[in-house]
Design a protein around this ligand. Structure first.
Ligand code: RP5
Length: 172
């Protein structure tokens, strides 16, 4: 027998290491909202507020989250730190916020040791992080799957339209 509330749609978490990361993360918020996904956005840091970040990750599944997006720049340990305290999927966004243009954050986020994965997207790749989060949450949500398919169709139509325009231009 299903327990009541068991099928309730899961939320996404957007966690950033600093308020200075927020301009990048807005795209993730917009994208999740476009799919009708509930989310919470928080600032917490693996280095500056480690206890709060740890407590969040430890209780995230019970709090109704199904996926965590974690964004940080420089020595970007946030995604890996959260991943080490939860078995929820964690998507890492390396943020370009340093003299090294985000390469430092990319390597810090992607080079996880065996056993504790972080699904790392491109530097500042907030839109893809949100789409991947939606794909994860769609596993037991046919309505969300339909929205993802519709977005793919819209993208394909836009590319086809660009091709038509280029062909027309060539003829003119
Ligand atoms: C990281 O250091 C943050 O994620 C941010 O990208 C970077 C700089 O943080 P602030 O010094 O602007 O707070 O931890």
């Amino acid at each position: 027998m299903l327990l009541s509330g068991m099928n309730k749609a899961k939320k996404a978490a957007i966690i950033m290491g600093s308020g200075s990361d927020y301009p990048v993360l807005r795209k993730a918020e917009e994208t999740l909202a476009s799919f009708g996904i509930s989310f919470e956005t928080h600032v917490m840091s693996a280095h500056r507020t480690p206890a709060r970040a740890r407590d969040f990750a430890l209780s995230a599944r019970e709090a109704g989250f199904g996926v965590i997006i974690a964004a940080a720049g420089k020595a970007a340990h946030l995604a890996g730190f959260l991943a080490s305290h939860t078995t929820l999927p964690v998507i890492g966004i390396p943020v370009k916020s340093s003299a090294l243009d985000g390469l430092d954050a990319l390597l810090s986020t992607v080079q996880m040791p065996g056993g504790i994965p972080v699904a790392t997207v491109a530097i500042d790749g907030a839109e893809n992080a949100a789409i991947l989060a939606a794909q994860i949450l769609s596993l037991d949500d046919p309505e969300l799957t339909g929205k993802l398919l519709k977005k793919r169709e819209e993208m394909a139509a836009a590319v086809n339209e660009q091709d038509r325009e280029i062909q027309q231009h060539g003829k003119g």
